[in-house]
Design a protein around this ligand. Structure first.
Ligand SMILES: CN(C)C(=N)NCCC[C@H](N)C(=O)O
Length: 246
């Protein structure tokens, strides 16, 4: 934090923010929409009926994995641009200093498209899919399990329970996702700041060889600290929207 502040001022902390904000509504709609509909198809019960007849954890896991798989493809281009912009750590422009490689998210998207075509925008998408498919299954199972522990049978969980269960679901899923998150980000930067890799496995093996197994847990603390409030609010909004519109 101190280094980022010294090097890039407060603005450094907000780098690459516009694209995640623009994309979060779309990505979360796909995730929660696919999850709800997959659960509906698997259990043939509506959200309200599910309080009296809770779905099995296997069904929750399969529905979560399906949502995770599909959201990964919507997220891939936005996530690539975010990672590229966040890794551009040149200090604030001084007169005479070379211009940054990317001038903003649209310029970043256009440069990748020009250099590599549409496929370039999906660089790292395979690692992102591997990260999100199982971890979103874990996410929804943790949420359901915690809600059921603290809610009497047949009742709707309180807002407090939803906040705590959502927060811990976020932390649990990020703990499981961090190793592949590290690899995904390296694949997205491959050939720029990172060396080019022969593939996902090569990236994993050479990262572990050069930096030790600890490399797979880089960013775990900050990911978890972020995950609690973000996912507490996400689940509270989801439950409230389903109650008022469902
Ligand atoms: C890759 N993982 C662990 C997840 N996508 N987990 C679910 C949380 C999603 C939420 N938008 C967030 O960014 O925390």
């Amino acid at each position: 934090m101190v280094k980022t502040y010294r090097h890039e001022s407060l603005l450094g902390f907000f780098k690459g923010m516009s694209f995640p904000i623009a994309s979060i509504a779309v990505v979360n709609s796909v995730l929660f929409g696919v999850y709800s509909n997959a659960l509906l198809a698997l259990t043939a019960t509506s959200h309200q009926e599910r309080r009296a007849q809770p779905p099995s954890y296997t069904h929750v896991f399969i529905a979560g994995c399906t949502g995770g798989f599909l959201q990964a493809y919507c997220l891939a281009p936005f996530d690539l641009i975010k990672v590229r912009l966040q890794n551009q750590t040149e200090p604030r422009a001084k007169p005479g200093s070379p211009p940054p490689r990317y001038r903003g998210p649209m310029h970043c998207a256009a440069s990748i498209f020009q250099a590599e075509g549409p496929r370039g925008l999906f660089r790292g998408a395979w690692a992102l899919t591997l990260r999100d498919t199982p971890t979103l299954g874990i996410y929804f199972v943790t949420y359901e399990w915690l809600c059921r522990q603290f809610t009497p049978d047949g009742q709707t969980p309180s807002s407090g329970t939803v906040l705590v269960a959502g927060g811990f679901a976020g932390i649990t899923s990020w703990v499981a996702a961090t190793p592949l998150d590290v690899i995904k980000s390296r694949m997205q930067m491959a050939g720029l700041k990172q060396r080019a890799y022969g593939g996902l496995l090569d990236c994993m093996v050479s990262s572990a060889r050069q930096e030790g197994l600890g490399v797979f847990f880089r960013g775990l603390t900050i990911n978890s600290a972020r995950a609690f409030p973000v996912n507490a609010v996400t689940f509270l909004s989801y439950e409230h929207l389903l109650l008022s519109w469902g």
